[in-house]
Design a protein around this ligand. Sequence first.
Ligand SMILES: Nc1ncnc2c1ncn2[C@@H]1O[C@H](COP(=O)(O)OP(=O)(O)OP(=O)(O)O)[C@@H](O)[C@H]1O
Length: 352
Amino acid sequence: MIGRRKQVENYVANRKVIGMELLRKPLSELLQQEPYLESFFHSHGLSVEDKKENFLAVVNRLRRRELEDLGTSREFLLEGFVAFAEHARSVRNKKTIPVESIKVLGGTHKDGSPETLALEMRPGDMICLVGETGSGKSRLLADIEWMAQKDTPTNREVLINGNKPDSKYRFAVEHKMVAQLSQNMNFVMDLSVKEYIALHAESKMLEDSHELVDKILTKANELSGEPFEEDTCLTALSGGQSRALMVADTALLSQAPVVLIDELENAGIHRRKALELLTGESKIVLMATHDPILALHGHKRLVLKNGGVDQMITTSNEEKALLKQLEYMDKQMMDCRKALRRGEKLKVEKAC
Ligand SMILES: Nc1ncnc2c1ncn2[C@@H]1O[C@H](COP(=O)(O)OP(=O)(O)OP(=O)(O)O)[C@@H](O)[C@H]1O
C-alpha cells in the first residue's frame, strides 16, 4: 500500500501541467481571486482552517479514515477540484453571442398561407404582441426562443446578426439567448431574498456579486408597490414582490440578450419602470399583452391572427398622448390601493 504523500506525489507526477498551478497556489490567494471555488470545499465536506495551505496540502493532510467518512479518495478530490475550477472558469468566461439584431422572417399561417413578415429587432427595442386567444402569440415567442429554422409549425426563420445561428447556440443550455418572465412566478425555495440573489449571482461566477446583489434588491424594491427586506423569505413575497424581484434579477443578472414576457400583471409592480429597466440594459423585450399601458409603451406592436403576424403597428403620437392619460389614471389607482392598505378613507381627488 502506498502512503498518502506518495499518492499525492504520484498524482502530481502523472498530471500534466494543467491544474498544477491551481493545486499549488495558497488557498487564501486562490479564493480571493475565485471565491466561488469555496463551494467545492462545502460540497465535499472539507474544512480549510489554514488558508495559507494549498489544495495539495489539504488533501495530503486527510487521513484514510476521514476520506472514508467523506466517501472519497485523494485522486478523486484532486481531479474533482481541477475539473470544478476549469468548468467554473469556462462558465465565467463564457460569452453569449453579442446580438446586434434579430430578424424574424415570415413562414406560414395556420391555414398554410404565406406570412409576409420581416421583423428586425435591436437591443433596447420593446415589441408587444396582441391578438385573440389562439392567434399565435406564444408560438411567435417560442420561435424566437428556439431560433426557428423553418423547423417549427410556423415555418418561420430567425436570423441573428443577419445570419443563421450556429447550432451550438440553438441547442446548448449555457448559451441561452432568451430569458422568460412568465405570469406564474411562485417561489418554493426556503431562502431569504438576499440568499437567493447571492446564489444566482454565484452560479454565474461573477466577481462583483455582492455589489450586484445590493443593486438587484434596490431595483426590485423600486419596482415593487410594497417594499420588502433582504431577509424576507422568498415564500413570503406577494405576487407583485416576486415579479419585481424576477424583473430586476433578469435585467441585471441574466446574460440572455432577449427577454420574453407573457403578460406582466398589473398588481403590485411598477410596470413602466420594469420595462425601462429591462430595455435600459440593452435587452430586446418582447411582450404578449392586452394591457393598453404596456402595449402603448412598445415601439411597435404586432397583431397576431390565424397563427401569423397580420399587422405591424408603430405607436402613433396620438397613442403616446393617450398613454399619458392612462398612466395618470393608473397612478390614481395605485394611490387608492396604497391609501386603502394604510386604512385611510378615500377622498374625491383620490377616487379612481
Ligand atoms: N402559424 C402556425 N401554424 C401552425 N400552428 C400554429 C401557428 N401559430 C400558432 N399555431 C398553434 O396554434 C396554437 C395556439 O397558438 P398560441 O398558443 O401561440 O396562441 P396564443 O395567441 O398565445 O393564445 P393565448 O392568448 O390563449 O395564450 C398552438 O398550438 C400553436 O402551436
